[in-house]
Design a protein around this ligand. Structure first.
Ligand code: GYE
Length: 355
């Protein structure tokens, strides 16, 4: 009954205008914004049918360079597909695509090759936040605008990039804690000391730093949580499994797992099962991304909640490129629409999930 109430609250948040929409939030403070877009609406927005038509006047395709982090996760595949679906010749583009296989140096090389190719805009999904100034200065000197997508960069000079499109990772972390806290309260566990393990993604990537900051800050507000483990699985299934196996050798006594992406969660679930621990029951599992397989795991009762990170950025990035090249003024920071899901929502929405 209590669990049902909790699920109902969550459904209401998602469907009745109070979802975890974190758009336009610079500070990462406000975690619930009262403006909801259903998954279907998001999909409509994210899959704009508009053709780009740069070719209309010049008859030439617009050369774009896109350097992707790698192919480490289901989220990443969806992100790459979203870009490739929009940057097509039919839409007036010629795309140079580089998969950097998680290697920042390869990304720097790719940017230099895009500059040599004289692309009209560069789209960069950086592996980590640090170390971009030099190569971005080279792009700026060549007059090529750079759009940063997904993870952020740290720079002392904001003029080195045109804008950034991505997720408010800190708000995702805060939302994860708020979901947990409601769940714990509704299960009558609020007087218990709940032991928490955090499985981080790639250290130094803003998806990791932001989610970690949000989780720590969120948990500190309450007295019923104690962080007993803080490990990393580099955002991959194998490393997530391995990190959890190693951790279980030293401690099996914990109640909650925050796992910073679905792929690591799938690995961690295998490790927990191998150790005789029931995921979703003995340990409450809160994951991030919200890929379709994770919806299935929620339905199977192995993931308790999933904090969406929206990878369908391609159409937004395309629109921004058009605006940048038309010298329009832009908001420097552009957030995606995102929600929080649990088992009951997963049952209703799995059919609509496109990735
Ligand atoms: O959560 C993870 C991916 O940067 C938001 O990177 C992205 C993260 C995403 O590998 O699955």
């Amino acid at each position: 009954m209590i669990k049902k109430i909790c699920c109902m609250i969550c459904i209401l948040l998602i469907f009745a205008g109070c979802s975890a929409d974190i758009s336009n939030n610079d500070s990462g403070q406000s975690i619930l914004k009262k403006e909801y877009k259903s998954i279907k609406e998001q999909r409509k927005d994210n899959k704009t049918e508009k053709n780009v038509n740069f070719s209309e006047n010049s008859g030439e395709l617009l050369k774009i360079g896109f350097c992707q982090v790698g192919a480490e996760s289901g989220w990443r595949t969806a992100h790459t597909n979203s870009m490739k679906e929009i940057f097509t010749e039919t839409n007036g583009y010629q795309l140079s695509f580089v998969d950097a296989n998680g290697n920042k140096d390869k990304q720097i090389e790719a940017i230099r090759s895009f500059i040599n190719e004289k692309v009209k805009a560069i789209v960069l999904a950086p592996v980590v936040e640090d170390g971009w100034d030099e190569v971005l200065k080279e792009a700026k000197s060549a007059g090529i605008p750079v759009i940063i997508v997904d993870r952020m960069i740290k720079t002392s000079d904001d003029s080195l990039y045109a804008c950034w499109v991505g997720s408010n990772f800190k708000a995702e972390g805060l939302n994860a804690v708020e979901w947990l806290n409601e769940y714990i309260k509704s299960n009558g566990d609020d007087n218990k000391n709940n032991k928490v393990v955090i499985l981080r993604g790639t250290i130094g990537a803003s998806a990791e730093t932001g989610r970690t900051e949000g989780i720590y800050e969120g948990l500190e507000k309450y007295t019923r949580y104690e962080i007993v483990g803080d490990i990393s699985g580099n955002f991959t299934k194998d490393e997530g499994k391995q990190a959890m196996e190693e951790y279980l050798k030293i401690n099996k006594d914990f109640d909650v797992l925050f796992s910073q992406n679905d792929d690591m969660t799938f690995g961690a679930i295998e490790a927990l099962k191998d150790a005789g621990i029931k995921p979703g029951k003995d340990v409450v599992i809160i994951s991030f991304d919200g890929v379709k397989d994770a919806f299935q795991s929620m339905i199977d009762g192995e993931i308790n909640a999933d904090i969406e990170c929206n990878p369908l950025q391609g159409p937004f990035v395309s629109e921004l490129i058009q605006k940048i090249l038309a010298n329009e003024n832009l908001e420097k920071i552009q957030y995606m629409y995102e929600s929080v899901y649990d088992e009951d929502v997963a049952k209703q929405e799995i059919g609509n999930r496109v990735y």
